[in-house]
Design a protein. Sequence first.
Length: 94
Amino acid sequence: MNDNEPRSVAGRLYGVGVGPGDLVTIHATRTASLIPVLLGIHRAGAGYVPIDPDLPSARVAFLVGDCTPAVAITDRPLPPVVGDVTTVRVDELE
């Protein structure tokens, strides 16, 4: 991995409105491909809230509602109970 990957992720996040002080949820399987995503979130000045993809839909909805993220990064569709949150697929950031 070089610095271009996190920089690219940060640019994509800026493009959807993420900036310093925002929160981004990560609802994805933990893999090595998430490392540049996490670094990109930090480069954008945002914080991240990891959400276990195996949690029940109601718990995911509560966590997302509680932290009100600017964006949800995911590798699967979010449960419909989550509401209107901008989502970005992990593979769109690679």
